[in-house]
Ligand binder design. Structure first.
Ligand code: NAP
Length: 407
């Protein structure tokens, strides 16, 4: 048996430290053993001491992700690996995914880099299916709310005999800021777009994470929501969302794996979300009024200050309808905390705990998305986290039925 239930790799980074802190204080801490891992022993010791002061003390594993033998040893020490060392396309995540796929070890990361994700699908999906490993990509705010929200809305339709043909998601709240690691991931994307590594069609393919699938919707773009308009179904003005290129590709992989295609997906953000976020920043003077300014050009290890981590929030409305438009469902997924970091660290941790405690609830392995790997079980766990105060999944409207609250 591996010595640890969960190993958190990349624990010395901004998101890694938040994840370590959440795991250390988790109310189910008695039920699992865990360790933090990374490349720098001194930094890891600092993280261990900091989190042990508030909760359970993790073990420490020093491993160079660049060294495949060290990664094999790291993975053999764990039942579940959580990876926050990114940009994933540059931090040897491939070595970790490879070792997990070979050994049947479950894995989740925070990747949003579609070219890295596609490589993982191409190289390791088949092997992970054979060994039983669940490799969960994008297990943070990118792309859990969109992915679980789409699955939830589709499920509500199908419970009444309807098959979803069109799904759209609109963020009505998204208040937070960026970390150094996210800035690096954006730079990695710019570099790959400017390189000749992939053809232009690869970058503009809405189904880049669903290779070889048939029944694609025609005329779809990567985001699906490319202009400013009033949406009658969602009753909001919405426009293009900068996170949609990450989320929409993941949702389409879920639709493909779940046999839901053809079904179009669009994702945007409501104008009101920008106004809310703007007000949050202005009312605190961008953090100057509270003595903790938001770093505008964060370095690695830096991110939103604690006041913003607490005051941040997210909410996405997801609408699914049948081809004839006669049946539809609108659900909301919402949560507290800066979406990209505090909320993400909780989503990743809870994903790890589902992989540990309830991995058989969804009998599927491979290189997967949050919805296809863990779907309803993850939804229930997130809805229960912090006694229901962290995230909620609600049915807002269904054609012809009253609204209700469901995890
Ligand atoms: N999907 C989402 O919702 C979501 C949300 C938040 C963040 N993210 C992504 O998560 C990643 C991390 O963000 P962050 O702000 O936490 O970054 P960060 O503060 O820069 O931390 C990066 C981590 O990666 C490690 N690392 C860097 N280069 C490495 C290498 N060559 N080999 C092994 N480890 C290496 C660092 O170790 P050292 O401390 O030793 O340098 C550190 O632990 C980014 O890619 C970001 O885009 C995604």
């Amino acid at each position: 048996m591996p010595p640890y239930d969960i190993v958190l790799h990349g624990a010395t980074g901004f998101t890694g430290r938040l994840t370590a802190s959440y795991l250390a204080q988790h109310p189910e801490g008695q039920r699992f053993t865990w360790a933090i891992a990374g490349r720098n022993a001194d930094k890891l010791a600092q993280v261990r001491d900091a989190v042990a002061a508030t909760g359970s003390e993790p073990g420490v594993i020093v491993a160079q992700a660049a060294d495949e033998a060290e990664v094999d040893a790291l993975v053999s020490d764990a039942r579940v690996i959580l990876n926050t060392a990114g940009p994933f396309s540059e931090c040897y995540a491939e070595h970790i995914v490879s070792a997990c796929a070979r050994s049947g070890t479950h894995y989740a990361d925070l990747s949003g880099e579609y070219w890295y994700q596609r490589r993982m699908v191409d190289q390791f999906h088949g092997e992970a299916e054979r060994t039983g490993a669940k490799i969960v990509l994008a297990a943070g705010v990118d792309s859990i709310p969109s992915d679980l929200g789409a699955q939830f809305a589709i499920e509500r339709l199908s419970e009444r005999g309807g098959r979803a043909a069109h799904v759209k998601a609109l963020f009505t709240s998204y208040a937070g800021s960026l970390s150094g690691g996210t800035s690096k991931a954006m730079k990695a994307r710019k570099n790959v777009l400017e390189s000749s590594e992939y053809e232009a069609e690869f970058h503009s393919d809405p189904y880049v994470l669903a290779p070889g699938v048939e029944n694609r919707s025609s005329d779809e773009t990567v985001r699906g929501w490319d202009s400013y308009r009033f949406d009658r179904d969602l009753r909001r003005f919405g426009g293009p969302f900068f996170m949609a290129p990450i989320n929409a590709r993941i949702v389409r992989r879920s639709l493909a794996l779940d046999g839901q295609l053809p079904c179009s997906y669009q994702e945007g953000i409501a104008i009101s979300a920008w106004l809310k976020a703007g007000w949050l920043f202005l009312s605190r003077g961008f953090g100057y009024f509270v003595g903790a300014p938001v770093p505008l050009r964060p370095k690695s290890g830096e991110g939103p200050p604690p006041w913003l981590q607490r005051a941040g929030s997210f909410r996405v409305l997801v609408h699914a309808k049948t081809d004839d438009g006669r049946q539809s469902a609108v659900v909301a997924v919402q949560g507290k905390g800066d979406p990209g970091y505090l909320a993400t660290s909780k989503m990743l941790s809870e994903t790890g705990l589902v992989l540990l405690f309830e991995q058989d609830a969804v009998p599927r392995a491979g290189v997967l998305t949050p919805a296809t790997a863990l779907g309803p079980v993850l939804r229930q766990r997130l809805a229960a986290a912090e006694d229901g105060r962290f995230m909620q999944f609600r049915v807002i409207r269904e054609k012809g039925t009253a609204s209700s609250r469901t995890p």
